[in-house]
Each structure stands twice: as structure tokens, then as C-alpha cells.
Design a protein around this ligand. Structure first.
Ligand SMILES: [Mn+2]
Length: 336
């Protein structure tokens, strides 16, 4: 159980805040940051939101006041001098990439608010709940612990986006009655489900849709169809999105799980100097265990790995082999 009154005490005690989140932020990261910032503003506090990565285009609508800044060295003085830092939706210092040094040497009181497994000890206080389906839920409870009336339409939209995206639009494991009750409250406060869904998921560029089409056309099945995977190699990316170094392919991997009888979906995404692997699963098969074996991490049903300077085919082979091994153990244990 998270002691929200403790976080509120800290907020009362301090005046200037930094909010930050992980590299390549998703809807939960951004929605949680914004909702927290709006809350701090209502309390008359000063805040900065500074992220290592720019905000992906499909999430810009959430930040209509342009509160989120992309990190550069000129922010170092701010980061060093704020009273308190919120690390939201991540629990490993490396997840802020080149911001990690200034984060580390800042004299601020630092806390993590998060729902991932295996937190690293890099802050003064960790507030984590690995049962929570989204960090957005934790931010909701924090504001509720102070005064639920401070949740206005802007806060509600941000938290709705956080929860919707981290639950696969209310499909993943860990969907509870409580989650829907909180979501209902957000809709009462003015969150607009249709608008938010369309903004986030239905504004693909033509190039991205065609790329997705090719990725789907080339989905491969292994392990008697229990594993479905897709590969985005440089040749394909250069053909359709030649000018983008790291094209946003969020959501592509989920199509692997649309195949009947598939349990694990994997996307191999070849970047200029590294390979990004996204894993998704059905049921209770823990893809985060597979990811952790390669230095990655995540949740039960969604995890990721990054390989630097390795060969694409080697990576595919190693990850698939490991997944087959883990999956056969999982099936054995669950049929026993
Ligand atoms: Mn999250």
C-alpha cells in the first residue's frame, strides 16, 4: 500500500518541482506527468516537466499548454536546484538516458511513483504498486487523497489517457472493478473516451499504415503457432520511412496477438545502431521474465529489450529460443 499522505506531506513541504519520465514516453508516462503537474499548479506550486525524449506526435494534444520540455543541457541548472523530483512511471535511473548524471547529482528530494517490478534504489523514497495497471491510477489516488474535487476535465483527460493506454484499452490482465470505477469517475469529471482514443490510435500517417501492412503480411509463426513475430528491418524502414531514425511503431506488436492460439507476440525493430524488441503476451505468461534475461524489463503482458550493436538475425534467434523455452515451462506448470 502506498502512503499517499506521505507524498502529500512532501508536496506541502517543498515549493519547486521537477517531473520526469522514461525514454520514449507512452500514454501512461505522459498522462501521469501532466495530471501531477496540473495538481501541483492547483496547490500553487512551481513545476517543470522535462523529459529525455520528445513527446510523440499522437500525444501532443494532451499537452495543449506545451508544458513538457525536451531535455537539453540548459535544463541542468533547473534540475539541480528544484526542491523535489518526481520520477514517474519508471524505476531505473538508466531510463532517463543522458539526464541520469544531473538527476543523480541534484540535491532535490527524489521520489519514484511507479508500477514496474524490481525498483532500483536511486531515489530517497519509492512509492510503487506492481498490482496497479497504470501509474495514472496512482496519481488519481494521490489527488483523491488530497481532494477529489481538484480533478477537473484536464486532469481527467490526462489520467484517462494514461489508464487507457497502459491497459490496452481496458483489455489486459489486472483489469479490476476498481479500475473501472476510477475510470467512470474520470468520465464524470469530463474525460472524453472517444476523442482520446481517436487522437491516440486513429491518426496514423499513410506511410505508417502501409508499413504496418507490410509488417502484418510478414508475421511469422513458430512453436506451433504459440509465438507470432514481426520484423521491421532497415530495408523495410528505408523504403517507407527513409527520413525517420526512430520511427514510432507503438501498437504494431499487438497485431501478433490477433492470431488465433498465439500466446506471445514479438516485434523486432532494427534501429540504426541497435535493435528494439517488444514482447506482448496473453494469459499470465510473463514476458518480463524473458526480457529480464536479456537486460530488459517490463510487465507480465508487456515488456521490452534493447540490444546495442548486435546482428538482427542473431537477436531474433536468441529471443525466440528463450521464449520457446520459457513458454514450454509455463505450459507444463499450468497443465500440471
Ligand atoms: Mn505505466
Amino acid at each position: 500500500m502506498i502512503d499517499y499522505s506521505r507524498i502529500l506531506e512532501l508536496i506541502k513541504k517543498y515549493n519547486t518541482f521537477l517531473i520526469t519520465t522514461h525514454v520514449n514516453p507512452d500514454g501512461d508516462a505522459l498522462g501521469s506527468e501532466l495530471a501531477l503537474a496540473y495538481f501541483l499548479r492547483k496547490l500553487g506550486k512551481k513545476f517543470h516537466i522535462i523529459n529525455y525524449s520528445p513527446t510523440p506526435e499522437n500525444y501532443l494534444f494532451l499537452d495543449e499548454e506545451n508544458l513538457i520540455q525536451k531535455y537539453n543541457r540548459e535544463h541542468d541548472a533547473i534540475i539541480e536546484n528544484v526542491d523535489m523530483i518526481f520520477a514517474v512511471d519508471f524505476n531505473q535511473l538508466g531510463r532517463v538516458r543522458s539526464m541520469m548524471n544531473v538527476f543523480d547529482r541534484s540535491k532535490a528530494y527524489k521520489i519514484v511513483i511507479d508500477h514496474h517490478r524490481n525498483p532500483q534504489n536511486f531515489v530517497d523514497d519509492i512509492f510503487t504498486d506492481i498490482e496497479a495497471p497504470a501509474t495514472g491510477i496512482l496519481i488519481y489516488k494521490l489527488i483523491e487523497a488530497y481532494d477529489v474535487n481538484l480533478i477537473d476535465k484536464k486532469v481527467a483527460d490526462a489520467l484517462y489517457a494514461a489508464i487507457m493506454t497502459d491497459t490496452g484499452s481496458f483489455r489486459f490482465e489486472r483489469i479490476t472493478p476498481e479500475l473501472h470505477i476510477i475510470t467512470a469517475e474520470l468520465i464524470k469529471k469530463g474525460a472524453n473516451p472517444t476523442y482520446i482514443y481517436n487522437k491516440i490510435y486513429n491518426e496514423l500517417s499513410y506511410e505508417k499504415l502501409i508499413l504496418l501492412g507490410h509488417a502484418i503480411t510478414n508475421i511469422k509463426l513458430v512453436d506451433s503457432g504459440k509465438i507470432a513475430y514481426m520484423v521491421l528491418d532497415r530495408a523495410l524502414l528505408n523504403k517507407f520511412v527513409p527520413n525517420e531514425a526512430e520511427f514510432d511503431v507503438e501498437g504494431f506488436v499487438n497485431f501478433c496477438l490477433s492470431v488465433k492460439d498465439s500466446i506471445v507476440g514479438i516485434l523486432f525493430y532494427e534501429l540504426p545502431y541497435s535493435i528494439k524488441v517488444s514482447l506482448r503476451s496473453k494469459e499470465k505468461f510473463p514476458v518480463n521474465y524473458v526480457a529480464e534475461k536479456f537486460g530488459g524489463g517490463g510487465h507480465l503482458n508487456a515488456a521490452g529489450i534493447r540490444f546495442d550493436g548486435e546482428n538482427l538475425n542473431d537477436v531474433i534467434q536468441r529471443v525466440i529460443t528463450q521464449t520457446i523455452e520459457d513458454l514450454s515451462k509455463y505450459i507444463e506448470e499450468n497443465n500440471a
